[in-house]
Design a protein around this ligand. Structure first.
Ligand SMILES: [Zn+2]
Length: 289
């Protein structure tokens, strides 16, 4: 069943868990994510990032995401990840997305604030919720997983809890993406996470649900500590994408000389591997493992 980001954050808050948010840029990914959630009986966020537009247009995959979420046996939020332009936010809202992230983190603070307020007004007309970002996680979402950065990435700016308090109050957002040491893509050095940033943001904002980006490659122990500190949404994609790729490679390697390679067999192998990978992540985020 399709629910809003705000509603799914409330479920996470009640259960004291983080809901996994997985990029859904192909049909196999959507199927893998919904099947995992249904098998575990957990809520899930399926999301599409604006930077994945070259992979498949939002106007093509978006209606599929909404349609499949409506038919799912568990609560599902269909969310726009890293929306950077108002036209794109509008497109997602018109398709029926129940959550949008406005990412103005690269802009000066005042501009980010102003644009986020506008995004909240836009979403309200559709009954949708809004995630915004404060601070900078350094490297942006690319999904290719090849340009991750280490903990010493100097473009990284940790979220200031006092600024977060004022930002949340002025914008009326439903979730806040915080920068506390995570990075998009693959980590080149071990991530050093500062959970005090999360705790302080929560304390100063009346417990705004905190979103953790760059969720791939973090240890189970750190995920648990993040959830304990107040992370309620974990964006996870790179390792799932890698698992699908590895399964496809393995399938091809096992073929005998001269045997034909069928694309349908490749994507079925990839879908199964992505499902197992997502299930493992979901169990950690929900504190089952
Ligand atoms: Zn992100």
């Amino acid at each position: 069943m399709l629910i809003t980001l705000k509603e799914i954050m409330n479920i996470a808050e009640d259960k004291g868990i983080a809901v996994g948010a997985f990029n859904a840029s192909c049909l196999e990914a959507i199927e893998a994510e919904l099947a995992s959630a249904e098998e575990l009986g957990l809520p899930v966020i399926i999301q599409f990032a604006q930077c994945h537009e070259p992979w498949i247009p939002l106007r093509t995959i978006g209606p599929v995401m909404v349609n499949m979420a409506e038919k799912a046996a568990v609560p599902v939020c269909v969310h726009l990840d890293h929306g950077e332009t108002f036209d794109y936010l509008q497109e997602a809202l018109e398709i029926g997305f129940t959550g949008i992230m406005y990412d103005g983190s690269v802009l000066p603070y005042e501009e980010n604030l102003e644009n986020t307020i506008k995004a909240v007004e836009m979403a309200a007309k559709f009954g949708a919720s809004v995630e915004a970002e404060l601070g900078s996680m350094g490297k942006r979402e690319t999904g290719t997983g090849t340009d991750g950065a280490g903990a010493d990435d100097d473009t990284k700016i940790y979220t200031d809890p006092d600024l977060a308090a004022s930002f949340v109050e002025k914008t009326g957002i439903d979730a806040l993406a915080c920068s506390f040491g995570t990075t998009h893509g693959i980590y080149l050095s071990e991530p050093k996470l500062d959970f005090d940033v999360v705790r302080n943001v929560r304390a100063k904002t009346d417990n705004i649900p905190v979103v953790m980006h760059g969720g791939s490659g973090v240890s189970a122990e750190d995920y648990h500590r993040a959830v304990e500190a107040g992370v309620r949404k974990i964006n996870y994609f790179t390792y799932m994408d890698k698992a699908g790729g590895a399964a496809a490679k393995d399938y091809i390697r096992r073929l005998k000389d001269g045997e034909p390679v069928f694309f349908s067999s490749i994507y079925m192998a990839a879908r199964e591997a992505m499902k197992e990978n997502v299930k493992t992540a979901m169990k950690v985020f929900a504190g089952i493992e």
